[in-house]
Design a protein around this ligand. Structure first.
Ligand code: PLP
Length: 434
């Protein structure tokens, strides 16, 4: 029974505590509506949104072209199951993904699914089927999802893995470059070669799965020289190079795919999050010679490539492929980065400003000399920002990174207001720390 009295938010949150599983992380914000980079709660309070539902709103909340496409599709049909009756929006999304694909091969094909984790699972299935090999190589600081295979591939014990074992077999982990914490391109490559000597025969490796910019792990861009070498290692050993762009793709860093910054062609690219403009849609796209190794019936799912989600995705893909969107992403990236650099000059706890394009973050440390992670400060800053009207999300293996996923189509005034709040919260939070 609903709780009486209190604010509308309090009533919903009381029911939430009563009925929603404790394992689903809790936010104190209860949304009533959203537009662009702004959301309003059920009590009428407005927020600037630097989270975008964790990177799902590169084109902004209620992107008008996507909303219009959804309305049109809703009146035709909501669901078919593509394996039962084919429909154009699914085929059209695959065609657009082929046109925009960064992958090797003249012909590109896609499978559409419901979530990033499901897409990563399918990329591994495809790679195993194409190579006949079992092993999967992943990296420190990786995040690939919460299903059995993808949580195994993920590199953070609490909260993603603790108590959830046993894990999937044949997953091997190596360090990825993280210059701020002393892992250079050379060191990471050496570790990969060591893995092939010490732990797994490269001839048994089906795929390497890497985010072009590690997201959940701390917004760590992979250096271009590392990606080029990784590409060469994969080609040498017949390993499928899977580029997980669930968070870094769909224009987040400027080009449609972050890997394009490095001029490197993966074999498969995994998309999700902003692809559906807010509706659940993800995909695996890549070289037809690899994707088509799986026989008919081997890929799919009841809701994968839902027509309403595909209608939204077509509008999103049309937008993020334009030069105007690219220019906007570059401008937002430059604007945010300049402000973050200014903030870093004022707040000694900012250990590093980093990212690629408009996928930017601050890593906070309690002491710049030791680089000890300042997770408590990050929590405090996020709470202070929320009180001041800014929704922030954090990340990092140690929870000490503030990530900025402001919609790229946000108004400058909203971006600036959010940055003002971020700065005020950081200054207040770090003062409270001493
Ligand atoms: N891969 C990356 C790089 C992600 O950032 C995420 C989600 O944050 C996933 C995969 C999993 O996506 P989903 O939460 O849609 O399953």
């Amino acid at each position: 029974m609903a709780v009486q009295g209190g604010t509308a938010s309090e009533r919903v949150l009381a029911d939430r505590a009563r009925y929603v599983a404790r394992g689903v992380a809790a936010s104190p914000v209860v949304v009533a509506r959203a537009e662009g980079a702004r959301i309003w709660d059920v009590d009428g309070r407005g927020y600037v949104d630097f989270a975008g539902g964790i990177g799902c709103q590169n084109t902004g909340h209620n992107f008008p072209a996507a909303v219009a496409a959804v309305h049109e599709q809703v009146d035709r049909y909501l669901h078919q199951c593509f394996m039962v009756a084919a429909y154009e929006p699914y085929v059209d999304v695959c065609r657009r993904l082929a046109e925009l694909s960064p992958c090797t091969g003249a012909e590109q094909r896609s499978v559409l699914v419901n979530s990033g984790a499901e897409a990563v699972e399918n990329a591994v299935k495809i790679a195993r089927s194409a190579t006949g090999r079992p092993a999967v190589v992943v990296f420190d600081y990786a995040f690939h999802g919460r299903t059995l295979l993808t949580m195994t591939m993920t590199s953070k014990v609490v909260p993603y893995k603790q108590g959830f074992g046993p894990f999937a077999p044949e997953v091997y982990r190596v360090p990825a470059p993280y210059p701020y914490r002393g892992v250079s391109t050379d060191a990471a490559l050496e570790a990969l070669h060591h893995l092939f000597k010490a732990d797994v025969d490269p001839a048994a490796v089906a795929c390497v799965v890497l985010e072009a910019v590690q997201g959940e792990g701390g917004f760590i861009p992979m250096p271009a020289d590392y990606l080029k070498e990784l590409r060469a290692v994969c080609s040498e050993h017949g390993i499928v190079y899977v580029d997980d762009e669930v968070q870094s793709g769909i224009g987040r860093t400027g080009p449609v795919w972050a890997v394009e910054h490095a001029g490197v062609e993966p074999d498969l690219v995994v998309s999700g999050k902003s692809l559906g403009g807010g509706l659940p849609l993800a995909g695996v796209t890549g070289n037809a010679a690899i994707v088509d190794a799986v026989p008919p019936g081997g890929l799919g799912g009841t809701f994968g490539g839902n027509p309403v989600a595909c209608a939204a995705a077509l509008a999103v893909l049309d937008e993020v492929a334009t030069s105007a969107f690219r220019a906007r992403a570059d401008a937002v990236g430059a604007r945010v980065r300049a402000r973050l650099e200014e903030i870093a000059a004022r707040v000694p706890e900012v250990g590093e400003v980093r990212g690629l394009g408009s996928m930017l973050a601050l890593e906070l440390v309690s002491d710049p000399a030791t680089k000890a992670p300042a997770a408590d400060l990050v929590k405090r800053v996020a709470a202070l920002a929320l009180e001041r009207g800014l929704l922030l999300v954090t990340c990092g293996l140690y929870g000490n990174v503030i990530r900025i996923l402001v919609p790229i189509l946000a108004e400058d005034a909203d971006v600036d207001e959010g940055l003002d709040i971020l700065e005020a919260s950081l200054v207040a939070g770090s003062a409270g720390a001493s």
